[in-house]
Design a protein. Structure first.
Length: 95
């Protein structure tokens, strides 16, 4: 049975340590690839936060909350990119 875990960046901490740079980069890369795929289909996500990323297993991320998608616009793509920056900040600082 597959379990989806909402990303909780405290969950990513390994025995009291912040998530490693490699873990952070891998998860961010997976989210970025999912967003790029949505953009090629003509949609923007519009709500990329730690609550819209699921960890299927440690190191395997899924982009969720796809009901928030909307037709792609330049502003929507820009919003997704800015949201990725916020996600990265949260992953690195835990805040």
């Amino acid at each position: 049975m597959q379990h989806d875990f909402q990303i909780n960046f405290m969950f990513l901490q390994l025995q009291g340590n912040r998530s490693t740079l490699a873990q952070t980069a891998e998860i961010l890369l997976q989210v970025t690839e999912a967003l790029m795929f949505l953009h090629t289909l003509g949609y923007s996500h519009g709500l990329v936060t730690s609550h819209s990323v699921l960890l299927v297993t440690p190191g395997l991320a899924k982009l969720a909350n796809l009901e928030a998608m909307r037709p792609n616009t330049e502003a929507g793509v820009r919003e997704d990119v800015v949201s990725l920056g916020g996600l990265l900040h949260e992953m690195i600082t835990g805040e």
